[in-house]
Design a protein. Sequence first.
Lengths: 330, 330
Amino acid sequence: MKPILALTMGDVNGVGPEILAKVLTRPEVWTVCRPIVFGSAETLRETQGAVKRRPTPVRVNDVAEAQSDAEAVPVFDGGIEAPTRRPGALDAAAGRCAVEWFKLAVRCAMAQSVDGIVTCPLNKTGIHAAGYAYAGHTEILAETTASPDCRMGLFSDTMRIVHVSGHCALRDAIDKISAARVAASIRMGHDALIRLGAPARRIAVAGLNPHAGEDGAFGAEERDDILPAIEQCRREGIDCSGPHPADTVFLRMQAGAFDLTVAMYHDQGHIPLKLIAMDQGVNETLGIPIVRTSVDHGTAYDIAGKNVARDGSLWAAIRLAAAFAARERK
Amino acid sequence: MKPILALTMGDVNGVGPEILAKVLTRPEVWTVCRPIVFGSAETLRETQGAVKRRPTPVRVNDVAEAQSDAEAVPVFDGGIEAPTRRPGALDAAAGRCAVEWFKLAVRCAMAQSVDGIVTCPLNKTGIHAAGYAYAGHTEILAETTASPDCRMGLFSDTMRIVHVSGHCALRDAIDKISAARVAASIRMGHDALIRLGAPARRIAVAGLNPHAGEDGAFGAEERDDILPAIEQCRREGIDCSGPHPADTVFLRMQAGAFDLTVAMYHDQGHIPLKLIAMDQGVNETLGIPIVRTSVDHGTAYDIAGKNVARDGSLWAAIRLAAAFAARERK
């Protein structure tokens, strides 16, 4: 059986409904999963006006009974009604729906009634306006799955990157580097490769400082934190190496020398991936008990409602979630 | 008249002599400059054994009288004799020659008997073994040209990057960020574009933190240092903008939206440039009274003597120095 994937609509005033409507016109979606939209059937129907081919959105009351095919796509809202769509408008009600639909999807994933979650973007200011303190999906996941120590992965066809830290000031990112945290990141990357069935699992660990510190001349983190973490993981049987200079390690991964790279901070991984695979990057949360991937862009209020948003990242996120979920099922 | 460029040999046990021998077989070198090698004629002659076509190295005692053409290349050693070449061997005498030939070239450039310098790599451990405290070319330049506040530029055909700081720990690089230092970096980038005769001079300034700090949510450097520097430079008539998120600004430059980007630290600029233009990156020192470019790689002891080192970066460094120097001459 193909995995059941919850596709959350996110902020209805952002590009979420549009990219959902577009991706659902791809028959290939059903070849990798059985999709269920977590969001508003009415909003999806409205947004579909702009796209050519459409599966009919069918509002369902129970995820378990949902039938999904290219002609009809089930939509589950859990009784949470969307406000009228006003593309580009900041709306607390839209923020509330985005959070609650996502929480609903997490509960279903924890209960194994869905096999994975793929998220469309929500707007941070919008969810703050709705009274939540979350910075984004990750904080909601950390709370609802009781996983405070998760990691941001960013994967494309040729590059797989796990970040030691995520959305924080660069100064704080440096403070967060410790042997334990780097080792946990390596293990999560290794685990992700196993779950994806990767034939080789050669993990590169990037340095923090220029030239990976050049033997301690520029910073001590390589010697004090990163190298001990690599040595520990090697003792555990993980095929990892480094610390490698960050300005060539991604090129080497791109050329096939490594299967995954552990990056020391957000931009160290995001700069190379976006340069090589702008529209194909998929964000996934590692270190949580469920499968969750995400598009690698925001609500894009500036282009919402104009039907120009591309669904490439969402389609890549669906494929990756399906790959993770399919193997979990086995 | 074409500009006279001093090509310094660097560490004779590294790949310097080999890439020099190779690049001098390109007749195009003489279409952009009149080259003079600062180094050992004997070492160059020896190394040429491995290459097909060769201009004859002619040892000269006076730079001013040197005649350079594709049949004969002048070599100036200033009385500093090279040790026997032992590829890959760490040798204090090789370190001493690399430093002294380079200092000789700087003196000639300061006296305007050469119009620019292009450097082959030296080895930091080698120059320390010879008793110098310099970390590399940049520190020698800062001392000999009395320019403590210089910057590292990294240019390719489509990307031009000026770094706010160079070879130091990432933590120290963050400490170095100030409005004055960022503004000086923007001005040096602007000046470089003018000297190169760039028709447009749109300068992007990268942020330090993820998403350029996301309105102060992740770090205050964008608000406190980077934005005030941009505003100051705009008042001075420089076409600059930002702070832009670092994970997309280089892609935008690559696509033609900007002519130069100011990067906040070494790897922020080196990761994208090496990914896009590995062999074509040229290092140049900005904020000094002379023209100096450099290959963007080290001595590569592991491959020295095997005649496999590529001269692409050296050829790019010669072209860029010639472009800078030609306009200075006008």
